[in-house]
Design a protein. Sequence first.
Length: 104
Amino acid sequence: HCDHSHGITSASMELGELGEVDIEELEDQLGELPASVVRIKGIVRGVDGRDGRQAAGWYAVHRVGLRVSSEPVPVPAFTQGRLVALGTAVDPAMLAACVARATT
């Protein structure tokens, strides 16, 4: 958790050895965070069940302003997912709560 004179703070978390994240639910949870969160980036292991696909794999997750998106990415060199948030009021617990609600 870093605090700088420009008023923007950061928070990050590793997802550990959790179950797979429901990508659609994670997008919904990140989208419901307050506007004080201006940017989120991450790579998570999950399942995207939209359009009946149930596609399991690794996904890059992004939030810019209030817009959230995700896309499949190649398997990374690391084994734990990671999320980083920037904003005027962010903390790791905020990210952890979103991940917990989306973990299967």
